[in-house]
Design a protein around this ligand. Structure first.
Ligand SMILES: [Zn+2]
Length: 283
């Protein structure tokens, strides 16, 4: 696929994201999301290790006070580390006229202590405002060739029931997709996660911001799915992530990966249809 086409699609996507961000519906969601704490990289890892499917986490009391929800009975807490500071008085030697004097000084020290949080899936109560990003099942032919594509890249795929709100995730060599999604939606999620796998290796996953990673992966999914006439609401999804990043900066990366996937799928679908034709001719 030519780069110009990708560029055109990316700027269309950019505009769509902007208009979602300006909508009242979205502003309401932002207000809710702003009440969730941003966890450090280390804590995000701790959360992921204990609950890979966690999406929104908050403390027991915070769920009640800020979101009108409560933690369900018997749910296991996720332990993270929170910094605490305390003041301590230390003695220091200070040079003064005619010698050294001992002075007392107050210093701030920091330590970490485990605190406990819960994922939204472990809570119940007032629904959180959310944007509808469900996708119509309009093209179920992409799933099989995408599976073949993953095989060719030695990325394994697991389709299983994921918790509410989570469509899929990838973790270096493996992609997990929610079983409840329709086949068209699964295809979109697979492209998104494949883009993470191929564009964001372990090192860059650490270095790149969540904003850039999500924008690159979803833009790649948007371009691939557009090619097959499927609308996957990438604008709504990306409205949550876009701050200032200009997708055009990733044009080359997105275009390369989208072309590779589209090339593979087109080949597969074309061969498949000529095989079918041949079959029909034989019959
Ligand atoms: Zn992602």
């Amino acid at each position: 696929m030519v780069k110009i086409k990708t560029k055109e699609l990316l700027s269309r996507l950019n505009q769509k994201i902007d208009s979602v961000q300006n909508s009242d519906e979205f502003k309401k969601i932002l207000k809710t999301l702003s009440k969730f704490h941003n966890y450090s990289y280390q804590n995000s890892i701790l959360i992921r290790q204990q609950n890979p499917e966690a999406t929104l986490v908050a403390g027991f009391k915070q769920w009640q006070n800020n979101f009108d929800r409560h933690v369900k009975k018997g749910e296991k807490a996720i332990a993270i580390l929170a910094p605490f500071t305390y003041k301590k008085t230390v003695t220091e030697e200070k040079e003064v006229k005619g010698g050294i004097k001992e002075v007392e000084k107050e210093v701030k020290r920091m330590y970490f202590r485990p605190v406990y949080v819960f994922d939204v899936s472990q809570t119940e109560g007032k629904p959180l405002p959310r944007i509808d990003i469900t996708v119509k099942d309009s093209n179920d032919k992409l799933l099989l060739p995408l599976k073949k594509f993953l095989q060719s890249k030695e990325i394994s795929l697991e389709i299983k029931e994921l918790k509410r709100g989570l469509k899929g995730y990838s973790k270096g060599g493996k992609i997990v997709v929610d079983k409840k999604l329709n086949d068209t939606e699964k295809a979109g999620v697979i492209v998104h996660e494949t883009a993470h796998e191929l564009l964001h290796d372990k090192g860059s996953r650490k270095k790149m911001s969540k904003e850039i990673k999500e924008m690159e992966a979803e833009a790649a999914a948007f371009i691939v799915m557009e090619h097959y006439g499927v609308e996957i609401k990438s604008d709504k999804y990306l409205a949550l992530y876009k701050k200032s990043y200009d997708l055009n900066q990733s044009l080359k990366r997105i275009s390369k990966i989208a072309s590779e996937i589209i090339g593979f799928l087109d080949d597969y679908l074309l061969n498949k249809s000529s095989e079918n034709k041949k079959l029909k001719e034989v019959v």
